[in-house]
Ligand binder design. Structure first.
Ligand SMILES: [Zn+2]
Length: 117
């Protein structure tokens, strides 16, 4: 696995620690299933391929999602800060899913372009 580093404000790290603590307290049941283990890409609906146990990659747009290995994701164990950030990104992307109007517009776009509609 490749790693990159960045500085983040202390308050964001503190908040991430609080989120991790909350997951410890409430357990994985508190998280939506699609946040814990996305089954399709939120952005394009593409199939996800498990690249590595903690990652799944969209075959269409190449966005990578956090996955929780069920064997390693027992309540209260194994939540590194990396996993917390990955779950946060899953939740953010889930809210970025296209609206039905956007999906319809995308489906019609090739016809509109090619047929002059
Ligand atoms: Zn995608």
């Amino acid at each position: 696995m490749e790693f990159k580093s960045m500085k983040i404000p202390a308050w964001q790290m503190d908040t991430a620690n609080q989120a991790r603590g909350r997951i410890f307290e409430r357990g994985l049941r508190a998280l939506p299933d699609d946040v814990k283990d996305p089954q399709a890409c939120f952005l394009c609906g593409g199939a996800l391929t498990a690249k590595d146990t903690p990652q799944a990659v969209c075959e269409r747009c190449n966005v990578t999602y956090q996955r929780l290995d069920p064997a390693a994701a027992r309540e209260g164990t194994g939540y590194t800060m990396s996993v917390i950030f990955g779950l946060a990104l899953n939740a953010l992307l889930a809210h970025m899913a296209p609206t039905p109007e956007e999906i319809k517009a995308r489906r019609l776009a090739p016809f509109a372009k090619g047929k002059g509609r």
